[in-house]
Design a binder for this molecule. Structure first.
Ligand code: ADP
Ligand code: ASP
Ligand code: MG
Length: 412
């Protein structure tokens, strides 16, 4: 039997009624002759609630226990989905990550999938089971403990299963009907794309477009998984949604494919650090050891041998970053006058493969922001993207103005 992977995100399994609704869709694929692997997220809001409990209990938590708590939301929906399918007379069974097993690295809270031996589930399919419902987002580490894959990780579970089982397709059902030129929730003019190149999707995802977890796109690209994003709320035809595919499979595309934003950014500044060889290593090594994901970095002009070092990191890592810098100062490894965290910033990025061959995108981006009176705090660029850090209160304005300026509402 051909295998299909269907993943349902939090809003798609938010209530028992919605679980019923998406179970019917699974039933349709079973009746077409597929063996189906369903990957479920926790009910929407559930993971946030669990993360909140952990943070309140222990701000600098032990990540093993964080995983023990936050992985539990998916266990509930996996069991409920299997029960719902059984009620519809579809032979189904639920699996938690460790039961499959989904083997991961030991990087708790941000683990990577290393292997998914398919034998157990294939055996059940051969015995007549039609649907394996797997709890997304979780796995088991080399220490035998539960791990999680980082926020949004069920997408990655889905693609990893599609690769491991050589599935015909991996369908990601969510609360929008595909990948858009930007988040349709903050820009009315956002346009749904029929296709998007892996590389562009990878950048958009890593820059904040949470419709797919970055790692899921990486895996789909590496293992050539046919990846589709579509709505669980609308009736679907076979070519619905957005196909994430190779660049060569797209005939025409705009220079800029999309605009992404991330509101979970914080800007940290170490005020007046000694400007000497090795200072960057002395700052960023302990940050990395503390598990802080530093993104943008600027070192200001030095005066009298001292300089300010600015970097950005996710808002929820500010406490960790501060602690690691203060510890390094106490050890005498670095010296600074103050550490200032600005958590009211956002990162806005424009992404497009066309930037490789077209100049002027950065200039236009800066011009648009300046026209709107938006100050740029930090800039970074790569071959196919430009990112800026701005005050968060201008985030939506910036996304909309850039979407207009690059005419993303129009297809190429
Ligand atoms: P799920 O719970 O199904 O995993 P997510 O909330 O993780 O859903 O991701 C879907 C959301 O991603 C949409 O509701 C939308 O607000 C947001 N989003 C951000 N950027 C984009 C984009 N470029 N295209 C589509 N959706 C986007
Ligand atoms: N429930 C997890 C989260 O909210 C994983 C997911 O939904 O993909 O991050
Ligand atoms: Mg998601």
């Amino acid at each position: 039997m051909p295998i299909l992977v269907m993943k349902f995100g939090g809003t798609s399994v938010a209530t028992l009624d919605r679980i019923k609704r998406v179970a019917k869709r699974v039933g349709v694929e079973v009746s077409k002759g597929y063996d189906v692997i369903v990957i479920v997220s926790a009910m929407s809001g559930e993971t946030n609630k669990l993360v909140g409990y952990v943070n309140e209990t222990s701000p600098l938590f032990d990540a093993r226990e964080y995983d023990a708590v936050v992985s539990s939301g998916e266990n509930v929906t996996a069991g409920l989905m299997a029960l719902t399918l059984q009620e519809m007379d579809v032979p189904a069974r639920s699996w938690q990550g460790w039961q499959v097993p989904v083997k991961t690295t030991d990087a708790h809270a941000a683990a990577r999938i290393e292997d998914i031996p398919p034998a157990n589930i294939l055996q059940k399919f051969s015995e007549g089971m039609k649907v394996a419902v797997v709890a997304g987002f979780q796995g088991i580490g080399p220490d035998g403990r539960i791990t999680t894959l980082g926020r949004g990780g069920s997408d990655t579970t889905a693609v990893a299963f599609a690769a491991a089982f050589n599935a015909e397709r991996c369908d990601i059902y969510t609360d929008v009907d595909g990948v858009y030129t930007t988040d349709p929730r903050i820009c009315d003019k956002a346009r749904k794309l029929d296709k998007i190149a892996f590389e562009e999707m990878l950048e958009l995802a890593s820059l904040g477009a949470k419709v797919l977890q970055t790692r899921s796109v990486e895996l789909a690209m590496r293992y050539k998984v046919k990846l589709r994003v579509l709505s669980s709320f609308e009736e679907q035809s076979d070519d619905a949604g957005t196909l994430v595919c190779d660049e060569e499979d797209i005939m025409e595309s705009n220079v800029v494919a999309g605009v992404a934003y991330s509101r979970d950014e914080a800007k940290m500044t170490l005020v007046s650090v000694a400007d000497r060889p090795g200072i960057a290593a002395a700052i960023f090594t302990p940050l990395s050891e503390a598990g802080v994901n530093v993104d943008m970095i600027v070192q200001n002009i030095s005066e009298d041998g001292r300089t300010d070092m600015t970097f950005s990191c996710p808002t929820d890592q500010v406490k960790r970053a501060e602690k690691s810098m203060i510890d390094a100062k106490e050890r005498g490894d670095i010296n600074f006058h103050d550490i200032v965290a600005d958590t009211a910033v956002a990162k806005i990025s424009v992404v497009g493969i066309g930037m490789r061959s077209h100049t002027g995108v950065a200039a236009k981006m800066f011009e648009v922001l300046s026209r709107e009176g938006i100050n740029i705090k930090v800039i970074t660029t790569s071959e196919i993207k430009i990112s800026v850090l701005i005050d968060r209160k201008y985030m939506e304005l910036a996304v909309q103005a850039l979407h207009d300026a690059f005419e993303l509402e129009k297809a190429a």
